[in-house]
Design a protein. Structure first.
Length: 216
């Protein structure tokens, strides 16, 4: 009799264990397909970027009323660290546009033969909940190379572009811009002076040639 009761007790325990296991499995959400998640995230990531619309002009010097010349065939190189990420050229209107991935630290380098090279840093990191497709427009003035001008300041970025969570958009880092502008103003002052000296030298040479007597 005892053996029969023991046998039924074991069967009852196994029955309860089976019911508990079935309930536990039914209460859990079905596993998601990893391939589907990756594909969806990949598609969403394509809609999350920072598009830069740039215009490159030639600096005209101290004459503020002079219209800046739009520069075509300016090479704009995107660097990821020291490695070139992509390249694009400005059109006849001095314009170009390109998309940058989010969550990167990149450098935009603007260069043209016979002109000084300038660069802008971009920190495209955006909080996860704010990720979207962003646009940012910027103007870059570059000037012709001139002998005797110290352009050490231009080895560093002249500006930084970062995301502002409070504004929900990208903007210039004002504190960095103000700091760099102090040194840039000194450089431009020297540049304008050398530019005028160069013009005076050309005018003087032209004057001497016009007054020189022809050889017999």
């Amino acid at each position: 009799m005892t053996q029969i009761l023991y046998k039924y007790l074991i069967l009852f325990v196994l029955f309860l264990t089976t019911i508990g296991s079935s309930y536990s499995q039914s209460s859990q959400s079905p596993p998601k397909n990893p391939a589907t998640i990756t594909k969806a995230d990949s598609a969403k990531a394509k809609d999350q970027y920072l598009e830069i619309k740039a215009t490159v002009r030639q600096s005209k010097g101290e004459d503020k009323e002079a219209e800046s010349k739009l520069l075509d065939s300016v090479l704009v190189t995107i660097y990821n660290g020291d490695i070139p990420y992509s390249e694009i050229w400005t059109n006849k209107k001095g314009k170009c546009s390109f998309k940058l991935p989010l969550d990167k630290s990149l450098t935009i380098q603007v260069s043209k033969k016979g002109f000084v090279t300038k660069s802008i840093s971009v920190n495209s990191k955006v909080p996860f909940d704010d990720r979207d497709a962003f646009n940012f427009s910027c103007d870059v003035d570059i000037f012709e190379e001139i002998n005797g001008l110290d352009v050490t300041i231009l080895k560093s970025s002249i500006a930084r572009i970062t995301y502002s969570p409070s504004l929900g958009k990208f903007q210039y880092d004002i504190s960095y811009t103000n700091k760099v502008n102090v040194e840039l103003k000194k450089m431009y002052k020297k540049y304008y002076k050398l530019q005028e000296m160069q013009k005076d030298s050309i005018r003087a040479s032209g004057s001497q040639m016009s007054t020189a007597k022809p050889l017999k």
